[in-house]
Ligand binder design. Structure first.
Ligand code: ADP
Length: 232
């Protein structure tokens, strides 16, 4: 527990220290007279605040998920909307990557809590962007089989050491030597959310290099769309 508190405190302090430094720089007269530099600092401030917000959001989600107080607000959603919402959440990180989408032409609707599933997906996207080289592609595929919808996110980063693969969905688990910027909760939250939907999340290393995460969601009987069977 002590190590967890130490690591979380460290990860919270890093952006906080940077925010304090940037804020005082922004307040200086020299910066006030230089709009381009001010813009740059304001952008950095926003990026660091987003990072902090995500860490705190992950801590709160995990606390709700483990206490069982999180209830699913499920509705029918197009998986494409889920992917777009997750891409919007990770827009800033994704700007350094080429996002390649591979969707089946016809996709069924899924019965999900869109906000939670978006978060689950965004955690994987954020890792794909953060742990792979700037400029490398991130592929998102969405395929429907008979009874399940598979969402796969693949990157061209270093992948995950084979012996760490079974551990990375654990709470507060980080691969030894992982760059700073996280507390090891993102994937644990993704797993909890996906499993609350009756699905499963898995990871494998790609032959060509990089990691590939798959979210499999069970497909329910599709809802009837009013008017679809009516004669016109
Ligand atoms: P965090 O990113 O906050 O450390 P996560 O639970 O999201 O926590 O990920 C756990 C660990 O798995 C990370 O610390 C990292 O070492 C590893 N990891 C996750 N995604 C990837 C990826 N796409 N490529 C390489 N390593 C990854």
């Amino acid at each position: 527990m002590q190590t967890v508190i130490d690591s979380v405190s460290h990860e919270l302090r890093t952006p906080l220290t940077a925010i304090a430094g940037t804020t005082s720089a922004l307040a200086s007269d020299a910066i006030a007279a230089d709009p381009a530099r001010r813009r740059l600092l304001a952008d950095e401030l926003q990026a660091m605040t987003e990072r902090l917000n995500r860490i705190v959001g992950n801590l709160l989600d995990m606390s709700r998920l483990s206490s069982g107080t999180m209830t699913l607000q499920r509705d029918w959603h197009d998986p494409r909307d889920m992917v777009s919402a997750a891409l919007a959440l990770t827009r800033r990180e994704m700007t350094n990557h080429e996002v390649q989408l591979h969707f089946d032409d016809v996709l069924p609707l899924v019965w999900v809590d869109i906000q939670l599933m978006t978060q689950a997906l965004a955690n994987i996207l954020s890792n794909a962007a953060g742990y792979s080289p700037v400029g490398s592609p991130v592929q998102i595929a969405c395929r429907a089989a008979k009874s399940c919808l598979a969402l796969t996110i693949s990157d061209s980063g270093p992948g995950i050491p084979e012996k760490e693969l079974p551990k990375i969905f654990g709470k507060f688990y980080r691969v030894p030597g992982a760059q700073s910027g996280g507390v090891g909760l993102g994937l644990a939250i993704t797993k909890a959310i996906v499993e609350a939907h009756g699905g499963a999340v898995t990871v494998a290393n790609r032959q060509a290099g990089g990691a590939s995460f798959s979210i499999d969601l069970p497909l329910d009987v599709q809802p009837e769309i009013p008017g679809e069977d009516e004669e016109t």
